[in-house]
Write a protein that binds this ligand. Structure first.
Ligand SMILES: *[C@@H]1O[C@H](CO)[C@@H](O)[C@H](O)[C@H]1NC(C)=O
Ligand SMILES: *[C@@H]1O[C@H](CO)[C@@H](O)[C@H](O)[C@H]1NC(C)=O
Ligand SMILES: *[C@@H]1O[C@H](CO)[C@@H](O)[C@H](O)[C@H]1NC(C)=O
Ligand SMILES: *[C@@H]1O[C@H](CO)[C@@H](O)[C@H](O)[C@H]1NC(C)=O
Length: 325
């Protein structure tokens, strides 16, 4: 008798589980339908297939995002792409093949297709993202949230990703340096030595997410939490929710990346030409400041490996008004 009850219970449980799974798939598709129109979804799928690589057995792509100001000739996108070309010249690793550039307005999209084969325009109704947006202006915050939502959809489509702001130069292939077991990884402005510690100061300009049901739920929760913490942008809301019970319920495994590898102007004293993987021009407000300093770094870097590592140090960033962006 007891066995039959147990069996019935089991069958019921499995059915419920199947139903739950189906429900979550349905809601994901609904979400996609609302935000990416049908034609766009087709374009996106094609781009993802062209760009995909395999990392830890998962289909994986690289994203960056630009608006018109960042995509202009001589601006950040150009420097970003040049760093990938240098990387290829040095190591033969052509990560550009796996990079999809997200354009947040028409002008950025037009410029993107001139310089890169894999461009996608992210539509956002009623917002103009064309000009450089002051850090934390209304449009800036909107753009950040649209990005989180878009990346949530990407995870739902079964793709893992590295997302990198375009004011970052890539010196080495990051994939061998990502944390092996963490679902979601984020860079830090200051690293306290412990990749598990929620006391690290996170920087959302560079993230890695493995596509699985935990990261899909986590991104959904993150996106939803914008309504709880109105007027905060994604990074600050992440700081609010990382201790939230819901994160434990979801079971998402968060890892913080070491500034020695994934570096930034916020911690320029730890750059090491022998090991640094990426450098982010944050703690440096103003587009021209970022451009000037990244160009200097890139030429130091070029000299370092062209002259067979005889240049031993980086020049420090200068003229930056320190700030969080
Ligand atoms: C990479 O190498 C090629 C061929 O040697 C060269 O033409 C090109 O300028 C180099 N790219 C960069 C960004 O240095
Ligand atoms: C957890 O997050 C939810 C949704 O954002 C929020 O309503 C709730 O107040 C948070 N709980 C705590 C303890 O911060
Ligand atoms: C970088 O590597 C080179 C060659 O292995 C070595 O000579 C140099 O001391 C290293 N530099 C630092 C800062 O560790
Ligand atoms: C670079 O340095 C290494 C060791 O110091 C040497 O074996 C190698 O030939 C050098 N390469 C070039 C291109 O000078």
């Amino acid at each position: 008798m007891a066995t039959r009850a147990a069996l019935a219970f089991c069958v019921c449980f499995v059915l419920l589980l199947a139903l739950y799974h189906r429900q979550s798939l349905i809601s994901l598709h609904e979400q996609l339908d609302v935000w990416e129109d049908k034609e766009q979804v087709g374009t996106l799928k094609t781009l993802l297939q062209k760009a995909e690589m395999h990392h830890d057995g998962k289909r994986t792509v690289i994203f960056t995002s630009v608006n018109a100001a960042w995509a202009e000739p001589g601006s950040l996108l150009e420097i970003f792409l040049e760093s990938f070309k240098l990387l290829k010249n040095r190591t033969q690793e052509d990560l550009l093949k796996h990079l999809i550039i997200l354009a947040f307005d028409n002008k950025a999209y037009e410029r993107c297709v001139d310089v890169h084969p894999l461009c996608y325009q992210v539509m956002t109704e009623g917002v103009d993202f064309t000009s450089a947006k002051p850090y934390m202006s209304h449009d800036y915050v909107q753009m950040m949230w649209r990005r989180i939502e878009f990346l949530n959809n990407i995870l739902g489509m079964g793709y893992s990703f590295v997302f990198s702001d375009a004011d970052i130069i890539w010196l080495r292939n990051p994939f061998p340096h990502l944390l092996p077991t963490k679902d979601f990884q984020i860079t830090t402005d200051r690293f306290n030595g412990n990749p598990n510690s929620h006391d690290n100061a996170p920087n959302g300009g560079y993230t890695f997410a493995r596509s699985n049901k935990r990261t899909i739920e986590f991104y959904k929760f993150w996106y939803k939490s914008r309504l709880t913490y109105r007027s905060k942008h994604d990074q600050d809301v992440f700081i609010e929710i990382r201790h939230n019970r819901t994160m434990e319920d979801i079971g998402v495994n968060v890892g913080y990346l070491d500034t020695k590898l994934f570096s930034s102007f916020c911690s320029f004293w730890v750059y090491d030409m022998n090991v640094t993987v990426t450098i982010h021009a944050n703690c440096c407000n103003g587009l021209n400041n970022k451009i000037r300093n990244l160009k200097i770094l890139l030429s130091d870097w070029k000299e370092f490996y062209v002259t067979n590592q005889s240049v031993k140090s980086w020049k420090q960033p200068y003229g930056c008004t320190l700030g969080p962006s």
